[in-house]
Design a protein around this ligand. Sequence first.
Ligand code: PMP
Length: 393
Amino acid sequence: MLEDSYLWIEKSLTTIHQANWYRSVRTLESLPGAEVVLEGKPVINFASNDYLGLAGDYRLIEAAIAAIQTFGTGSTGSRLMTGHRELHRQLELEIAALKQTEDALVFSSGYLANLGAIASLVGARDLILADEYNHSSLKNGGILSQATQIDYQHCNLADLSQNLAQYRSHYRRCLIVSDTVFSMDGDLCPLPEILELAEAHNCMVLVDEAHATGVFGDNGAGCVEYFGLTSFPLIQIGTLSKSLGSLGGYVAGSKNLVDFLRNRAASFIYTTALSIADTATALAALKIIRQEPEHRQQLWENVSTLKQLISQELPEINLLPSASPIICISMGSPSQALQLTQQLREQGIFAPAIRPPTVPTSRIRLTLMATHETQHLQALVAALKTSINRHLA
Ligand code: PMP
C-alpha cells in the first residue's frame, strides 16, 4: 500500500518522544515584551531574542503600518524582478553604516543569508573550518556549498590551528566560519585570534553576528566592533529578527562581496524580497539603536544584576560560561530541564529548556532584555530558588 511508505514517520515520532526530544509550539497572545501572555497566562519572559525590547515599540509598529499603507503588503517578486523598493536600499546603506562596511545586502531571513553567502563563497574544491557549536544555518550553508566541512572544537584555537596546518594546503579556498555570540551558550568566539590564523593561512572569515548586533560594541554594531576589528576584511552576517525586532537577514562587507552575492546567492535571487513592513521596521530599529544607546546600556545592567543575584542567592546552580545576555543553567538531563521549565512556568516565569539534539547537553536558556526590570529578575531568582528547593526536598 502507498501509505506504508510513510509508516517510518510515525516510528520516528515515537523515538523522538521516547528520547524526550519532542517539541511543540506555545502561543504568545500579547505584544512581545518582558511581560507577555502565554497560553492564557501572564508570564515574565526570559525566552525572547528581542534583546532591546523593540519588537513591541510603537515606533516600529507605526513604521510598518506607514510602509504598508504606501507600498501594500506583499513585495510581489524577488529583489531582481519586481520586489525591490527604495526602502530596501536605505536599509542596506544603514546596515553598512552601522557595521562600518562598504556595503550590505538584505535577505529575507538570517538563515537564508547564511545559506546563500556560504554556498556562493566556497564550492567542491574548497574547505570550510567551522566551530562545532555553529548555528544550524551555518552548518547547512556548508552542506549546500559542497565544500569539505570540518568542525573544530568549540572556540579551540589549537584545534583550529592544527586543522589549518593539516588540511589547508589541499584545498583551493578556505572559509573559517563562526558565530560571534553562540546562541545556545552565550559565550563569544575568539575573533582576534581567528583573524590572525586566517591571515597566516590565507583564509576568508565569515562571522554570524545574529546575537551580537545591537548588543555589543560602542555603537551596537556587534562583536566585530566590540573587538575593534571593523577595519578587517570580514564577511559579516546578521539577522533583523533579534535586536532589531523585525524579520530578515543581511550580509555586510566589501562592495565587491555584496555585488558578487547579489549576482550569485540563490537564496537572494530566487526568493521573494523582504516584505516592506519588515524593511521599514528594521530601519526604524536601526535609528533607535543609533540615537538611544540607553537601551543597550540597560540590557548590560540587567545582565550584571542577574549574575549578581544568582551568585548571591543561588551559588549551587551551574551556569555555562557566558559573556552575553544569553545565560544558561546547566541541567543533568533533558527530563530535569523539562521539569525545571515546567516548575518555573507554574510560578509565572517563561524560560525554555534546550535539549539534545539542538545542544550536546540540556540546559535552561535565559535571555535578558533591556525592558526587564529589577523586580522581573528578582522574581526569576525567587522562582528558581523555590524549584531547586523542591527538587532537593
Ligand atoms: N544565526 C544565528 C546564530 C541564529 O541564532 C539565528 C536565529 N535563531 C539565525 C542565524 C537565523 O536568523 P533568522 O531567524 O533571521 O533566520
